[in-house]
Structure formats: structure tokens, C-alpha cells
Design a protein around this ligand. Structure first.
Ligand code: GAP
Length: 490
């Protein structure tokens, strides 16, 4: 059982994550990454890029601004439809997201209900303010975008982007030409998104500024699907939860109603969580969203949910969204720029399949799933994502051992993320590395001075092996890349 207070305390104490502007009391919905959190986040983002851009030679990274002009988000539908239902207490004036309030009080899923329907539910169940029991106002739509004035006189209105996707759509026509009109084409980006959430919840789950890693895949159905069909593994097993059904482990091909391009990417997303984030398949599920739950732009929508004890159960961390030609059609109409491409003598607007990940929720998933609080406090992270790959210690601080350990550390640090530590007993140093998830610790002892061998300790089993310094690079590389397991070296 993950003790969320304990996990939060480790995150703060050791330098992972904590609330922003802490010394002024903080502001709900904003979090900072400390030196270890920043390393973990960078490593996750690198792994995400390598994995998803590796799916096809024509998938690429781009970067676009955080601020988007009003016209872009008017065209995309966000100005009119990107809202939650807000309700407030008429006595203490606290604002609540109406669906969350109702769900918390009567344990009923009200996703997709209109403000009017929510009011009726509140009246029927006699729901009052959870803080002071005061009467609640009528609910109202609240647009979640942060607006900004652009320019010194504020002559242009804009918004902080509510999703990174829209900046990518702005670049479709230019990249299509720059990439010599090759399709399918994937454009990925990683960056911040901003939503003025009504009730940011505990920790990094519901933030007002958060990271997104999104890949937009452009293709024309019926024309470019062969590329995906060739790579599709129909027998790949995924954990799914269909609307009104239980979670089950099935071959992806059993999802008969879904097109192959969708099933191919759905299984690749699942594989990212099992193979790159090392999560147990039982802790991941692909949940199909009903018509009421789907975002306004989606035709097919599965969320990836991870079982996170610190947050009380299954939580959404990513989504696979088939947006069809919704976005490019809207932007073609409003901007007057052609988004269509020539196909067999006709002009066709490409469709979009979007793989959308919340960066902070993924980082939290690594911390939650990796946190062990048994006979020791430790963090089990995939070795290539851990802030440090390896720590190097002298057994004691005399007789030339510190100098020898620095020599070893210097050899390793150009190839690996290495950390050197001489303070406290070796037991304490192991404990500190366990707590921040350093997979391997190397100790330099008196034997090292005679025969140039060291001990390597594995964080998971706590087993140790003895190896020559000259072989350290190879051993660590094979362990980090999962070419060999630690037990194979025993
Ligand atoms: N471009 C599609 C899109 O933005 P979304 O489901 O609204 O879809 C994608 O967001 C992902 O971003 C979610 O699966 C979640 O991981 C993350 N996310 C969304 N809102 C968030 C918030 N307020 N705080 C932290 N992460 C959030």
C-alpha cells in the first residue's frame, strides 16, 4: 500500500516535486520539479520521443508557442466548447466543479451532463456545500482557458494553449510541403498546456499548468492505412475496459469495431507503458469512453488509466484520440488556407489520430508504482529513466579509497548519469540511493586497490557482484538497456 503522505514527503525532501511558490503559501494547480524531478522528467520525455518517433521514419518533433491567437481557438471550438460546469456556495462563496461535487457526494458518474441536468441532480439529492453546508448556486458553464492580451495596448486577444495539439495543426500544411508530401506524417511536440481548472486536486493530477507530450498522425483513411497494417500485430495482448464492461486482457484484434490504424497505435501505446515505463500490464487499462464522455472533437477515444494507490485507484494518464478531419476542416474554413491534399485527382482533408500524454501524470505514475515502503524506503524506476544510473562510493574516507573512487566516477560520468558520495556509512549511502531510485551502486574497497575490481549492488535484489573496473562500462550498458539481467551476472 503506497502511503501518499510518505511519497510526497520523499518527493519534497529529496528534490523531485513540490508545490510552486511554496514560500508564499503556494497556488493550487502549479508544481515545480526539483533537481531529481527534472532529471526524471527529461529522461521520460527522451524515452517518449525515442519510442514514438521510432514508430515511423516520417514522425518528427516540432515546437510551437504557448500563446495562441484568439482566432485559432475560436476555429478549433475551444472558445465555445472548452468548458466545465461551475457551481459555487452562496454562503462561503467557494467554487466547485459541479460534476466532481456531485460524483463525490452521491458516487454517480455525471460526465457529459449539461448544467441544467446537473442542477436537477443536485436538487433531487439535496446536495449542499461540502465546506459549510450552505445552499449552492445554479451551475454555469466556465471556459477553462487562460486569456491573455497580446501587445502593449492589448489590441490582440489570445489564450495560453489548452492543448499542444492546436499549434501542431497550424503547421500541417507547411510541414506537409517541407517533408515532400509524404504521408502518413506524424508531428509530435512536448510542452506546457494551461487550463484554469475549477478545482485542482491534490498533487500533480489536476494542474493548471502541465506538460503534454502529443503526437498528431495525419493520414487519409483507405489510402495510407497499409503502412499501419503491415506493422500491426493482431495477437498483441492489451488490457481493455469497454463501455459497460469489465476490464479484460485480450488480443487487440478482438476489438472488432475498431480500424487497424487505431488498434496498431493503441497496442503501441500499451507497449510503451509496459516496456519503457516497466509497468505491470495489470496496472494499466485502456478504457473506452462513451459518446457522452468523449471530447467534442473525438470519434474514437480510449483513455490509458493506471492504478495509482496514492490517488485512490484508476487514473487517466494518456489518451488515444481519433479526431477525424475535425481540426483541419475547421482551420481550413476559418483561415482560408488549404489543408486538403491531392489524392487520385481529388482534394481530401487528412484525418488525425492523436496520441496524447500528460507528462506530470506519467511522472507521478512512475513514482507511485515504483515506491516501496517495506523493510526499506525505495523507488523502483526503469534503469534508463532513473535520475542517476549509478552511484560510486569509497568504502571509507582514507587510504586512497576516495581518490580511487573519483577515478572510477570520472570514467563513468561521460557515459552514464553518475553520482559520487562519500558522506556517512555505506549503509546510509545505499539507503539514500534506494530512496531516489538509483539502480546500481559501486563501492571501492581495499581489494580494489590490489586488483582493480569493485562491487556493484543492484537496487531490486540488493545482490552484489564483483567486477573489474575495465568492464564496468559494458556491464552497466547491458543492464540499463535490458540486454542482460543482474542475476545473469551473479
Ligand atoms: N490534445 C488532446 C487533449 O488535450 P486531454 O484528454 O484533455 O486531451 C490529454 O488531455 C492528457 O493531458 C490527459 O490524458 C492527461 O494525462 C493530461 N491532462 C489533462 N488535463 C490535465 C490537468 N489539468 N493536469 C494534469 N494533466 C492533465
Amino acid at each position: 500500500m503506497v502511503d501518499s503522505d510518505e511519497l510526497e514527503s520523499v518527493c519534497k525532501r529529496r528534490g523531485f516535486i513540490w508545490q510552486s511558490s511554496e514560500i508564499y503559501g503556494g497556488e493550487a494547480g502549479f508544481y515545480d520539479y526539483g533537481h531529481l524531478g527534472a532529471l526524471l522528467k527529461d529522461n521520460w520525455e527522451r524515452s517518449w520521443k525515442e519510442y514514438f518517433l521510432g514508430l515511423d521514419d516520417n514522425y518528427h518533433m516540432i515546437y510551437t508557442p504557448n500563446i495562441l491567437p484568439y482566432r485559432v481557438l475560436k476555429a478549433s471550438g475551444h472558445v465555445d466548447m472548452f468548458s466545465d460546469v461551475l457551481i459555487h456556495c452562496m454562503r462561503c462563496e467557494t467554487g466547485f466543479r459541479a460534476d466532481h461535487l456531485v460524483e463525490d457526494v452521491i458516487d454517480m458518474n455525471v460526465e457529459g451532463l449539461s448544467a441544467e441536468e446537473i442542477d436537477k441532480t443536485i436538487e433531487k439529492h439535496d446536495i449542499t456545500c461540502p465546506n459549510c453546508k450552505g445552499a449552492l448556486s445554479e451551475s454555469d458553464d466556465f471556459n477553462m482557458m487562460f486569456s491573455v492580451q497580446i501587445g502593449p495596448t492589448g489590441e490582440h486577444k489570445g489564450f495560453l494553449r489548452p492543448e499542444t495539439a492546436q499549434g501542431t495543426y497550424m503547421n500541417f500544411f507547411r510541414e506537409f510541403r517541407a517533408l515532400r508530401k509524404k504521408m502518413p506524417m506524424g508531428l509530435a511536440t512536448i510542452g506546457s498546456a494551461f487550463r484554469n481548472e475549477i478545482s485542482p486536486r491534490k498533487g500533480v493530477y489536476r494542474l493548471r499548468e502541465f506538460g503534454q507530450a502529443e503526437l498528431q498522425i495525419f493520414f487519409v483513411p483507405g489510402i495510407h492505412e497499409e503502412v499501419f497494417e503491415k506493422k500491426y500485430n493482431a495477437e498483441y495482448r492489451v488490457n481493455v475496459m469497454l463501455v459497460d464492461d469489465d476490464t479484460k486482457l485480450i488480443e487487440v484484434d478482438e476489438l472488432k469495431d475498431l480500424p487497424i490504424f487505431y488498434k496498431y497505435h493503441l497496442s503501441k501505446v500499451f507497449e510503451f507503458f509496459t516496456d519503457k515505463m516497466n509497468l505491470d500490464p495489470d496496472s494499466i487499462r485502456l478504457r473506452e469512453l462513451s459518446d457522452d464522455e468523449r471530447a467534442f472533437y473525438n470519434r474514437i477515444h480510449f483513455d490509458v488509466e493506471i492504478f495509482l494507490e496514492s490517488l485512490g485507484g484508476w487514473k487517466e494518464v494518456a489518451g488515444v484520440h481519433y479526431r477525424g478531419d475535425y481540426d483541419l476542416t475547421k482551420h481550413q474554413k476559418e483561415s482560408g488556407t488549404k489543408m486538403s491534399i491531392p489524392i487520385e485527382g481529388e482534394r481530401v482533408i487528412p484525418h488525425v489520430l492523436e496520441l496524447s500524454f500528460g507528462v506530470d501524470r506519467n511522472i507521478w505514475s512512475l513514482l507511485d508504482r515504483g515506491f516501496g515502503d517495506d523493510d526499506r524506503k525505495w523507488l523502483h524506476l526503469p534503469a534508463d529513466l532513473a535520475p542517476y544510473h549509478v552511484a560510486v562510493f569509497p568504502l571509507i574516507r582514507k587510504d586512497g579509497l576516495p581518490e580511487k573512487s573519483i577515478e572510477v566516477y570520472n570514467r563513468l560520468k561521460s557515459r552514464f548519469r553518475a553520482f559520487w558520495d562519500k558522506s556517512g556509512s555505506v549503509g546510509k549511502r545505499y539507503a539514500r540511493m534506494d530512496e531516489i531510485g538509483t539502480p546500481f551502486c559501486i563501492t571501492i574497497d581495499y581489494d580494489t586497490m590490489d586488483d582493480d575490481t569493485v562491487t556493484i549492488r543492484d537496487i531490486v535484489s540488493k545482490d552484489q557482484i564483483r567486477a573489474p573496473i575495465t568492464e564496468l562500462n559494458d556491464i552497466l550498458r547491458t543492464l540499463i538497456n535490458k540486454e542482460k539481467t543482474f542475476s545473469e551476472y551473479l
